[in-house]
Every structure is written in C-alpha cells, then in structure tokens.
Design a protein around this ligand. Structure first.
Ligand code: SF4
Length: 448
C-alpha cells in the first residue's frame, strides 16, 4: 500500500451535502413551533431558524445562528450523536425520516469556513480579565461568550494549538483539523489571547493566574490513558490510544502498521477511533477487546457501526491479563481471560468477573490501550481546590469551585463512571460557566 493510498484513507469519509441536496432537505423541515429538536440540543441551537435560512439562501445567517448557540458548532455538526439528540427528537421520525440536521449544520458551517466568514464582534471592554486554563471545547466556548461580554480573556493551552479533543483527539476522517482551526480563529479574532505551548503549573505558576486575573476558569479536560497494570505493558508495541490518534492528526501517515495485527483494549469512542485508524493505516487485522458486553459499551451506536463497516472485530466479555514479547522486547501476543457479568457496582453497571481457567492467547503485534483517561490531579491540587479523585467539586448553580475565584467546567467536573462527556455538553457548560462568572463579576447582569 503506497503512502498516497494510506493518506487518502484519512480524508473525510462523508463528502457533505451538495447545495441542491441541502435546499431539498431544508425544504422538508416543518419549522415546528416549540420545536423538539431545539429542546434536544444541549446548546439549544435554533434549528428551524438555521434550516429556514439555508432554504432562503442566507448561509451566513444560518452559520451565525448555529455558532451563536454553539461556539464549536462546526465540529459538532460532524461529531454529535445526532440520532440520540436533535434528529432523534425530530417530529418527522413518526412520518417519514428525520431531517438531516447534522448534515445541514455542516453545510452551513462549511460555507462559512470556505468563505472565511468572521461571524461575531468582540464586546465593549468592561475592564475585567479572565484566565482560562485549557483551550478545548469547554474553554473555547467560555472564552467566546466572555469576549462578547467585554472581558479580557487569556487562554493557557499546553498543546501547540488550541481546540483540545476536536483538534487532536477525533480522527481526521471524521473531523479534519481545519474545522477546529477555524473555530479557534473565530474566537481568537475577538481579541482573545491564546498562549499555546504553555502549561499552567509548570510554565506559568498557578499563583500568577490567581493574582493577575479577576477570575480563573479551569477547563483542563482529561489526561492520558491509565496503565492496564498487567505484565508486559512496558513492551515495544503497547500504545496509548490518545497519543496514537494524535499522531495521525499531526504527522504524515506512515506505513509502520501495514500488515500488523492490532488489539485495542476498551470500547469507548476513543477505542473505536484507534481501531478505525489502525484499519486505515493498513493493519491486517484489528480487534477490540472489552471486558463487558455491547450493552455496556460507551461508544456511540454510529461509531460502533462505523467500526464494523471498517472490518473491526469485537471480542466481548474479554479482558487482557498479560502482554508477551520477543527477545527484542517487541509485542508478540496478548493473554486474555473470558469474563462474565456479576452484580451491578456503584455506577449501576454489572461488574465483570473473571472465569477461572479461561485464559487464551491472541497473536498480536500492537496493543492500543483505550480504557478511559486519567485526570490532572497534580494541577488541580496546585489550585488547592476540593476534588474527588480528580473530579473537581463545583457549586452547580455558579460553577464555582471551593475557591470562589476559580470556576470549572467540561471534563474536569464530569463524574466518574459515566463514560465520556459529549463535545456539545462541554460547549454548553463553557457557555453556562461564562454567564455564571459574569453574574458574579458584574453587579448588573447584561443581556447574554
Ligand atoms: Fe424541522 Fe424536525 Fe425540528 Fe420540526 S423537529 S423543526 S421538522 S428539524
């Protein structure tokens, strides 16, 4: 397989709607009063309004309606589980088929990207400043709202580019970096300063933020995949799924995986991304190994279908117990144990229990760990705020942490045992935390 073929595998899967298809689809919408699709969108996008603007040819207005409600609405058009949200609530589910809301959202925002539209203007400066730690969907969303309200906003971003999960964590054949880049530029052009390659707690002391800004928002997301805690984990050929996917987004696709046998451990959306990336990098066989069943899998249904179409095999009720290697320290096999489900544990999911004597070995060259993400506990502790194993405690009405000058939103407040937070929920939390900060920092709440 040539480099060109491998690179082509990472081009966006769906071409998007043509203008004829988009207008036809927009004209199917009933523009419902009290539209249930709006209620089902975590960011409350006025869906009938943006669809109507597509039908009337007002694409800038349409994109503005979307992005006003959701500052990362171009990314969400591609990655939202729409069948569980807006499209699942569309009244046309009862008659024919739901409106393709996600595709129409993509059509309008793609137009804005291609036509380099700047959709918003910064608000009149109010003399107050906010530091945002972490430039992922939650931090960007908060930054946009605060900039519109006139705050001097600085985002501190550890990576080379802001965008977080959208920039680095979702495979480019579903979300190209250019989409997230445009969203970041929209926010940066509102006079939001984004200090990239800057780690708070290392490059910038936490005390400096607390002293120099009126408030700080912690939207640091989550860290890398934790250890499997099994023998052989240190061998050459065992990878972290977050790093693995990130490499495919920032480096040219190479041929090192061609003909290899890959096992991905875990069944969340990141596991699916790692598995489908492996297929597209030319792996001969890709298996997902998960200790529970399809019922408990946290990946979205459409992600699961996508992986099956790519030929990914699923081994349910299976957990890894040992990685084997050769004399050069390279992975050659993965010992697994069959599981059964026992009583529910405290998060309500039935606990997997090993079946004694059921060990078997899979012939494998590469093992990719995708068993969730650890948390930036050290940084949270530098802020001296209350947390529960890395989940920051907040007042749900104000988003304030135990330090009233420090607010938090996004994955860092998302509870354990609930899978992964949706990008769209993080965006909404970013907005809500911005309004909460504004309410506290300004004596009179302005219109938001
Ligand atoms: Fe249009 Fe469906 Fe929303 Fe009604 S529920 S406004 S038909 S998208």
């Amino acid at each position: 397989m040539s480099y060109e073929d491998l690179a082509a595998n990472f081009e966006e899967v769906s071409p998007g709607l043509s203008s004829t298809e988009a207008i036809e689809e927009a004209n199917r919408c009933l523009y419902c009063y009290d539209a249930p699709c709006i209620q089902a969108c975590p960011t409350g996008i006025d869906i009938p309004a943006f669809i109507k603007k597509i039908a009337s040819g007002n694409l800038r207005g349409s994109a503005k309606t979307i992005m006003l409600a959701n500052p990362v609405g171009a990314s969400c058009a591609r990655v939202c589980p729409t069948e569980e949200l807006c499209e699942g609530a569309c009244v046309l589910n009862h008659a024919t088929k739901p409106i393709m809301i996600g595709s129409l959202q993509r059509y309008a925002t793609d137009w804005a990207i291609q036509n380099q539209q700047q959709l918003f203007k910064q608000g009149k400066k109010n003399g107050k400043s906010i530091a945002i730690v972490g430039g992922g969907p939650a931090g960007l969303s908060a930054a946009r709202e605060l900039a519109l309200l006139g705050y001097e906003v600085t985002i501190f971003e550890a990576e080379e580019k802001a965008g977080g999960l959208n920039m680095y964590g979702i495979v480019s054949f579903r979300l190209p970096q250019s989409v997230s880049y445009w969203e970041v530029k929209q926010i940066e052009s509102l006079d939001v300063e984004i200090r990239t390659n800057t780690r708070v707690g290392t490059d910038v002391p936490v005390e400096e933020l607390l002293m120099n800004y009126d408030s700080t928002l912690l939207s640091i997301g989550m860290a890398n995949v934790p250890d499997l805690e099994i023998d052989g984990e240190e061998l050459d050929g065992v990878y972290d799924a977050i790093d693995f996917v990130k490499e495919t987004k920032i480096k040219p696709i190479s041929d090192w995986l061609v003909g290899k046998k890959v096992v991905v451990i875990g069944a969340g959306n990141t596991a699916i991304d790692a598995a489908t990336c492996s297929v597209r990098m030319g792996a001969e066989n890709v298996k997902i190994v998960y200790r529970r069943t399809i019922e408990e899998m946290s990946a979205y249904d459409f992600e699961y279908e996508f992986a099956k179409q790519d030929g990914v095999e699923f081994r349910w009720l299976t957990t890894p117990s040992k990685v084997f290697g050769n004399e050069k320290g390279q992975v050659t096999g993965l010992e697994c144990i069959k599981m059964t489900l026992g009583e529910p544990d405290k998060d309500g999911r039935r606990r997997p229990v090993q079946i004694g004597g059921s060990e078997f070995i899979l012939d494998v060259d590469v093992v990719i760990k995708a068993i969730g993400q650890s948390r930036y506990i050290e940084l949270i502790e530098q802020f001296k705020i209350a947390h529960d194993g890395g989940v920051v405690n907040i007042n749900p009405d104000t988003y304030q942490t135990s330090n009233e000058k420090v607010f938090a939103c996004g994955d860092v407040i998302f509870g354990k045992g609930q899978g992964e937070a949706m990008v769209v929920s993080a965006a909404q939390q970013g907005k809500e935390s911005a309004y909460a900060m504004h309410k506290i920092l300004s004596p009179v709440m302005e219109t938001v």
